[in-house]
Design a protein around this ligand. Structure first.
Ligand code: ADP
Ligand code: MG
Length: 288
């Protein structure tokens, strides 16, 4: 009998096997396991959880900035052993090079990886220009980061990341420093870009409504030592092409916010015994 796991095309895009991270005597992540199947659409996983529960720790592992104390993290069956072009990371703090213009910032990674990407100089320039257009910065391409607003700087970070065509995009509270209207614009842009380029996205946020808007599924972490307490999927309505303020008005969206808030409340109060909140919530320790 052929098992799906034996075929290279069906290897999970990301898999965590009993991942634990300790910092000295402190356990930040405890025995976390999940498997995200490769899918042509890409998954969009929004992650919320109490402060200090290991969300950034998980993203740093996925980015290859840190390693598990025990257990394994695999991308398409290979252990993650450092940063790689197929994984892009976007932080809350703007991370563009201050001495480079928008265009030069987006070109930076393209130039370095030009040969690997199979692009000649003209194709690099074309791709940079196209991404700058997609994130809505055409009019600002020759400006330096300090001449841009916070939202525009995050647009540069997104364009720089997407230029590498990552299969996995990691975002750690990317819009937390932005004002509300800008945050909503960025949420809509991110969903649109995800839908167009279909990477698998892990996005940490501290906002329940942002998680519901962005994610196809929402993971809720327990307090430290962190584990995935809830994987909420069926309750999350699709939002592609719907602006956040419109989406938030729908009954499905409000119901989803209720479900996620209720699960989060249970995590925060430590009442995980009542796991079966309703049928819309899957078991913890996520299967495909
Ligand atoms: P959050 O869920 O808020 O993103 P983090 O993943 O950043 O939480 O951190 C989880 C816990 O691990 C926190 O208590 C934090 O202080 C601790 N921690 C994170 N990184 C380190 C480190 N490099 N050294 C020691 N402790 C750390
Ligand atoms: Mg964090």
């Amino acid at each position: 009998m052929t098992t799906p796991a034996s075929s290279p095309t069906s290897l999970p895009i990301v898999e965590a096997r009993n991942v634990t991270v300790r910092f000295g005597s402190f356990t930040a992540l405890n025995d976390v396991s999940f498997s995200i199947p490769e899918s042509p659409k890409g998954e969009f996983i929004a992650i919320i959880g109490p402060s200090g529960c290991g969300k950034s720790t998980l993203l740093n592992l996925l980015a290859g900035f840190n390693r598990p104390t025990s257990g394994e993290l695999l991308v398409k069956g290979s252990p993650i052993d450092g940063p790689g072009r197929e994984r892009g990371m976007i932080f809350q703090q703007y991370s563009s090079f201050p001495h480079l213009t928008v265009f030069q910032n987006v070109m930076f990674g393209l130039k370095i990886n030009r040969v690997e990407l199979g692009l000649d100089r003209a194709a690099c320039k074309e791709r940079a220009a196209e991404l700058i257009r997609q994130v809505g910065l055409e009019a600002h391409r020759d400006k330096y980061p300090h001449q841009l607003s916070g939202g525009q700087q995050q647009r540069v970070a997104i364009a720089r990341s997407l230029a590498m065509e990552p299969r996995i995009l990691l975002l750690d509270e990317p819009f937390s420093a932005l004002d509300e209207p800008t945050r909503l614009e960025m949420q809509e842009l991110l969903v649109e870009l995800w839908y167009r380029t279909h990477p698998t996205i892990f996005c940490v946020t501290h906002s329940v409504s942002e998680a519901v808007y962005l994610g196809v599924r929402v993971w809720i972490f327990t307090q430290a030592p962190g584990q995935i307490a809830y994987d909420i999927r069926d309750a999350i309505p699709p939002t592609v092409g719907v602006p956040p303020l419109v989406a938030q008005e729908s009954a499905e969206f409000k119901e989803a916010v209720f479900v996620v808030t209720e699960a989060f409340r249970r995590v925060s109060s430590g009442k995980l015994a009542e796991m079966n909140l309703n049928s819309k919530i899957s078991d913890p320790q996520v299967k495909p």
